[in-house]
Design a protein around this ligand. Structure first.
Ligand code: ADP
Ligand code: MG
Length: 421
């Protein structure tokens, strides 16, 4: 359960929600709104555009889902013949579509609203069938949504509410074309809601452009609202990382560990090595079939796998109750990715541990992440796994005098068996 509650608002019924939705929230076993819910729900109910930043695991889904469903209840649709899509929720991954779709489906059940959840990697036909007669709320990944538009199965001209969950991810380059195409199909006059734990400076201008006179809500990650995650960094040689991971799993008796690596290949490789060493480990990445992806995640949530080795695919939004440990086997590319990765643990007030492996090669990059995140962590060493590799000589010095590898550097590198820069 979330610990920190806004001091002034103690109950969901003080937020202007209807009894139907209050019951739905009660059915979920929730007692009090989280800070982002306390702030965002009234703003969304007022039909304002909202730009919300709140930490990982702080309850952002209900912060938009509850007031949106309520808006549907307050403005009954004109006809039962064909339901126009009035709310569109975009998310960056298929797993997140399922997760957000489940919550909206729960809230929409009693009021009799129809929620359709669409994402790629599975046959499009059942989704087209499901959309016959329309839907009140659609949760979608952008690519599949556009496929459905092309098949004439989805019409977006009546959308009144647009949500971008993990908004900064949807606004970055990887989704730029798809997002532009979707936006072009929506009415200009609509309510737009952006939710994320992070908004990198690069996407701020794009975000601002999408919004009309927005209510800006920032739930600071200060003590009490901050996810309760103990962060550690361990210096280790590249080749010793799997052994160290095995050691940590055995020593700490870790049962549910989410391990992040840099590539799909590494997912398979590390998972295999752990499996052969007798640890129930399995990969989870974007080259697996959607069925396998869904099964793996469900089995992990159910505790069948001790370790899931994944890429940044699993870094956004995925909610695994009480997930105790996240390991960065390879460091993330950016401080933003770091925030999202470790945010898979320490959710809804639970405690979590996040351990990052720092090789000699990655030390400079790690320092950059620490600086951006204002992290002050000592680089630990684990007995038996003390690193011997040395950091590489500085690269790309642009010919700055005194920065070229010295003869001594070259000899040292040769002794370590790699080429100097
Ligand atoms: P975010 O999107 O901010 O990362 P989620 O919406 O996925 O967070 O919610 C994280 C977890 O917190 C979920 O397991 C959810 O059930 C739980 N949660 C949400 N709202 C509350 C609340 N008001 N009280 C307790 N737990 C909550
Ligand atoms: Mg979320």
């Amino acid at each position: 359960m979330i610990r920190a509650i806004d001091r002034t608002i103690l109950n969901f019924d003080q937020l202007g929600l209807t009894p139907t939705l209050l019951r739905a929230v009660g059915d979920m076993g929730l007692f009090a709104p989280t800070p982002i819910q306390a702030e965002a729900i009234p703003a969304v109910l007022k039909s304002a555009d909202v730009w919300a930043t709140a930490p990982t695991g702080s309850g952002k889904t209900l912060a938009f889902a509850l007031p949106l469903v309520q808006q549907h209840l307050l403005q009954p649709r004109q006809t039962n013949f064909r339901r126009p899509i009035r709310t569109l929720v975009l998310v960056p991954t298929r797993e997140l579509a399922v997760q957000v779709g489940d919550i909206l489906t729960h809230l929409a059940y009693q009021p009799g609203l129809k929620v359709a959840v669409v994402y790629g990697g599975v046959s499009i036909n059942p989704q087209m069938m499901g959309l016959r007669g329309g839907a009140d709320i659609v949760v979608a990944t952008p690519g599949r949504l556009l496929d459905l538009v092309d098949h004439n199965a989805v019409h977006l001209a009546n959308v009144q509410h647009l949500v971008l969950d993990e908004a900064d991810r949807l606004l970055d380059l990887g989704f730029a074309d798809e997002l532009q195409r979707v936006l072009a199909l929506l009415p200009a006059k609509r309510q737009t809601l952006l939710f994320s734990a992070t908004f990198a400076p690069e996407v701020e201008a794009l975000a601002a452009n999408l919004l009309h006179d927005p209510v800006r809500i920032t739930v600071e990650a200060f003590d009490g609202h901050k996810p309760d995650i103990t962060q550690r960094a361990i210096a280790v040689d590249e080749k010793s990382r799997t052994a160290l991971l095995r050691h940590l799993i055995a020593e700490n008796g870790w049962k549910q560990v989410l391990v992040f690596v840099a590539t799909r290949y590494a997912c398979e490789h590390v998972a295999n090595k752990l499996y052969k060493a007798g640890i129930y480990a399995t990969p989870f990445h974007g080259e697996m079939s959607q069925g396998a992806r869904q099964d793996t995640l469900a089995e992990f949530k159910a505790g069948r796998w001790d370790v899931v080795v994944t890429t940044d695919l699993a870094s956004r939004g995925i909610d695994i109750a009480m997930l105790p440990v996240v390991v960065n086997y390879d460091l993330p590319r950016s401080a933003t990715d770091y925030t999202h990765r470790i945010g898979r643990t320490g959710r809804a007030g639970a405690h979590g541990d996040a351990v990052s492996f720092v090789t000699a090669q990655a030390q400079a990059h790690w320092q950059l992440i620490c600086k951006r995140e204002s992290l002050e962590l000592t680089l630990e060493q684990v007995p038996g796994f003390e690193p011997v590799d040395e950091p590489p000589a500085p690269q790309g010095n642009g010919g700055i005098k005194g920065k070229r590898p010295s003869k001594k550097d070259k000899l040292r590198a040769a002794a370590l068996g790699h080429r100097p820069n």
